[in-house]
Design a protein around this ligand. Structure first.
Ligand code: MG
Ligand code: ZN
Length: 220
């Protein structure tokens, strides 16, 4: 008897994700769900990408965390409109939470909305938020076996970012093995190897985002 209950919760989420999607398309906002384990560099990626896209796209951010507003404060200090969602213990964002956050954002002033999910490689992928795309951020210190251990998330995303490339000389990480694992799970997702510390690789990632925003406007 438990399975139908789970299905009802998920379909309610999907319905609200559809509403978020329509709202975002209607306001010509392209949105990206950013998933990763804690400490992979989601917030750093947002801040570094904002520098890279300055003058090209107007960014906005929804920050999801179990508690605190430290990440939102960093984003706000960088001059971006931001809303913090505190999930109060829940280990993922869902469509109703994002729908409520959208009410608080100046959507007319945003071209690209980053939604930083709760740090967790397991369940966030099961909850459609209504975004145009979803990505996973992995990082060199986490090891090259993450796609092997968490195949669901790597199979579902539209792109993979491999962050902290500057640490590659100091940490054992087989980049070819990582790329092979990702390709085996997800043949379409591009992999962007980059470093938010040095800026290496950021340009190609920013270019992908600019193209994504252009595609999103064709959908609107
Ligand atoms: Mg963060
Ligand atoms: Zn969860």
């Amino acid at each position: 008897m438990k399975v139908p209950v789970v299905r009802n919760i998920l379909s309610a989420n999907d319905r609200l994700a559809g509403e978020n999607r329509q709202k975002l398309l209607g306001r010509r906002v392209c949105s990206v769900n950013i998933m990763a384990s804690p400490g992979a560099g989601k917030t750093s990626l947002i801040l570094r990408t904002a520098e890279e896209l300055k003058g090209k796209l107007r960014l906005g951010v929804i920050e999801g965390d179990i508690a605190s507003r430290v990440d939102a404060d960093k984003v706000a200090a960088a001059g971006m409109p931001v809303v913090q969602i505190n999930t109060g213990g829940t280990c993922h964002l869902d469509a109703p939470m994002v729908g409520a956050a959208l009410e608080q954002l100046p959507l007319e002033e945003i071209d690209l909305l980053f939604i930083e999910n709760v740090g967790n490689l397991i369940c966030p992928v099961d909850f459609d938020l209504g975004t145009k795309a979803s990505i996973v951020v992995s990082s060199i210190p986490e090891g090259d076996d993450k796609p092997y251990k968490y195949p669901g998330i790597f199979a579902a995303v539209d792109a993979v970012v491999l962050n902290k490339l500057d640490l590659a000389p100091y940490v054992p990480f087989d980049r070819a093995a990582f790329r092979g694992l990702v390709a085996g799970l997800n043949a379409k997702a591009p992999i962007f190897e980059l470093s938010c510390s040095t800026g290496e690789g950021l340009a190609a990632w920013a270019e992908w985002l600019v193209a994504l925003v252009a595609r999103s406007r064709e959908d609107a």
